[in-house]
Design a protein around this ligand. Structure first.
Ligand code: HPA
Length: 271
């Protein structure tokens, strides 16, 4: 990754009309309904944007959508890049750097995740308060990182406290029960063994998934305030584990998503 590449990606999008978005939003697996709320959308497919990671066949639908939600200019990533698809840490975080350079002031991230905390239920939303990186690498471990920011980024409070408080208030007002907790990221794509679920719980994680942490590290690198939520799609009880059903995970993500859309829309409105 070079500054010149980033400049070209951003120039392409500005030329398409992506003018001064305030908020960037990353939509996770099975979470696409928010795009229906975007007014006057302008779309850019990932494979048209210079220097964007090349989309896999499986992933040809990915796009950036610019437009308005609740009177604010937003840029939404419909579909993200995952390490488990063979992308590296620079690939999966490149779109965050592009959105930052387009001018966003805040970043929202969402994902589908498994509930490790057995007090949590599938179909609930968990506000991420902190994370554990178990992906075996960092999006900041590259040679010219110093051209883009500090190498040793502070991670004392990676998730913006102000936005966390606001989301909690909004959830209360809207009558939506949300959980709060620690998200642990793994590479995947295989799901965890019973022994791994036990380990992740002991480590202090409440939810497990295969994304989000690299994007959040880069947001912190860019000093971009970030808020993230997990849509809990399955319950990871090692003593009562059910076979994984991806169809069900996507279905539960879809059923839970309207709650997430309400939270996001109201947060956009209030920012
Ligand atoms: N583990 C990892 N990633 C996931 C899970 C899980 O149980 N559920 C949804 N994404």
């Amino acid at each position: 990754m070079t500054k010149k590449q980033l400049d070209e990606s951003v120039a392409y999008l500005k030329n398409k009309g992506f003018d001064d978005p305030e908020i960037g939003i990353v939509l996770g697996t099975g979470l696409g309904q928010l795009v229906n709320e975007i007014e006057d959308p302008i779309e850019a497919h990932y494979n048209q944007i210079p220097y964007f990671p090349l989309a896999t066949v499986e992933f040809h639908t990915g796009k950036l959508i610019y437009g308005t939600i609740a009177d604010k200019k937003v840029v939404v990533m419909q579909g993200r890049f995952h390490l488990y698809e063979g992308y590296d840490f620079l690939d999966v975080t490149y779109p965050v750097r592009v959105m930052n350079q387009l001018g966003i002031k805040k970043l929202f991230v969402s994902n589908a995740a498994g509930a490790l905390n057995l007090n949590f239920r599938k179909g609930e939303i968990m506000l991420i308060e902190d994370h554990i990186n178990l992906q075996g690498g960092s999006p900041l471990a590259f040679k010219n990182v110093a051209e883009f920011g500090d190498r040793f980024v502070d991670m004392m409070e990676p998730y913006d406290i102000g936005m966390r408080k606001k989301i909690e208030e909004i959830a209360k007002n809207e009558g939506i029960d949300i959980q709060k907790g620690v998200y642990v990221s793994v590479v995947g794509p295989q799901l965890e063994t019973k022994a791994e679920y036990r380990m992740l719980k002991i480590m202090g994680a409440d939810a497990v998934g295969m994304s989000t942490v690299p994007e959040v590290i880069v947001a912190n690198h860019l000093k971009l305030p970030v808020m993230a939520v997990s849509v809990l799609t399955d319950e990871c009880d090692p003593d009562n584990l059910q076979p994984i059903n991806i169809q069900e995970i996507i279905e539960i993500a879809g059923k839970t998503e309207p709650k997430m859309v309400r939270l996001f829309k109201e947060l956009i409105h209030q920012l």
